[in-house]
Unconditional design. Structure first.
Length: 247
C-alpha cells in the first residue's frame, strides 16, 4: 500500500518543471494542486514510515539523518520560488481526498501564515564560546610576588572559582547585548534551544529588504565577539520551521 508523503504547502503557483532529482529523495517528487494550494509530494510505500519495522528505522539515526537532509533539500529547492509552509519528516496522507480535507480545514491558518511570512526567510544565529579563554579573561589578576607556597595556590584556586561563577552572568549579559543588536533588524527573533557545542541559538525572521543590513550587523558582531572568546555562526536561508506554528 502506498501513501502520499508531503514535504510542504504553498499558496503561490510553483513551476511545474521543478527538478528534485538531485535532492536525494528515494522516490519521484512532484508538485500537485490540491484544494487551492500547491503541494510538493511523493508517492511512497506506507510500510517505510508505518508499522513496527518503521518504528525501528525511525529510531536509527543512520536511517533518519540522510532522509531528513533529503527532505529539507526538497523544501529548499521549492522555496526558491514561493513562501512555503514546511512539513515535518514523515508527514503522510492516505489519499488525495484526505489531504484535500486537511487543507480545507487548515485553510485559514495556512493563508494567514503565507500572508505573514511573505518575503521573509529564516536565518539561524548560533553562538559558541571558548570557555577556557573566557575564564582566563575573567580571572582576577593576582600579586606577581605572591609566590608558590600553599597559600598562593589557594589564592589562585579562589580566583579561578570566582571566574567560573562570573562566567554565567557574563555570558547572559553578552547574549542580551547580542539580541538587542539583532532584534531591530528582524521581524521576529526567537530564542531556540542550544545544542552542544553552541551556547545560544536564535531563529531570525528577516525580510528580503532587510537581509543585507542583518547580515552586515551579524558580521560586525562576529568581529566584536572574537576577542571576547565568542564565535557567531550565521546560516540560512532555512525552511520556516521555527515560525510555522506561531499564532
Amino acid at each position: 500500500m502506498d501513501a502520499l508523503y508531503c514535504f510542504c504547502f504553498a499558496s503561490d503557483r510553483l513551476p511545474g518543471d521543478l527538478d528534485f532529482s538531485r535532492c536525494g529523495w528515494e522516490d519521484p517528487v512532484q508538485v500537485h494542486a490540491v484544494a487551492g494550494f500547491q503541494v510538493v509530494m511523493s508517492q511512497v510505500p506506507l510500510e517505510r514510515f508505518s508499522g513496527p519495522a518503521a518504528e525501528a528505522r525511525l529510531a536509527d539515526p543512520a536511517w533518519v539523518v540522510p532522509r531528513a537532509a533529503a527532505h529539507d533539500r526538497v523544501i529548499m529547492q521549492a522555496m526558491r520560488h514561493a513562501t512555503l509552509y514546511p512539513l515535518s519528516l514523515g508527514t503522510l496522507f492516505s489519499s488525495t481526498r484526505s489531504l484535500a480535507l486537511e487543507l480545507a480545514q487548515q485553510r485559514r491558518i495556512l493563508l494567514d501564515f503565507f500572508a505573514r511570512m511573505a518575503g521573509c526567510t529564516e536565518w539561524a544565529v548560533k553562538v559558541l564560546m571558548d570557555r577556557e579563554r573566557i575564564r582566563e579573561h575573567l580571572t582576577p589578576q593576582g600579586d606577581p610576588h605572591e609566590g608558590t607556597n600553599g597559600r598562593a595556590y589557594l589564592l589562585r584556586q579562589r580566583r579561578k572559582a570566582e571566574a567560573e561563577r562570573a562566567l554565567g552572568p557574563w555570558l547572559s549579559e553578552r547574549l542580551a547585548a547580542l539580541d538587542a543588536e539583532i532584534e531591530p533588524l528582524t521581524e521576529i527573533l526567537l530564542i531556540r534551544p542550544a545544542r552542544d557545542p553552541a551556547v545560544a541559538n536564535r531563529a531570525c525572521l528577516v525580510t528580503s529588504s532587510g537581509l543585507a543590513a542583518f547580515q552586515a550587523a551579524v558580521a560586525r558582531l562576529q568581529d566584536d565577539a572574537t576577542p571576547q572568546g565568542l564565535e557567531l555562526h550565521c546560516s540560512g536561508p532555512w525552511p520556516l520551521y521555527s515560525f510555522r506554528d506561531l499564532t
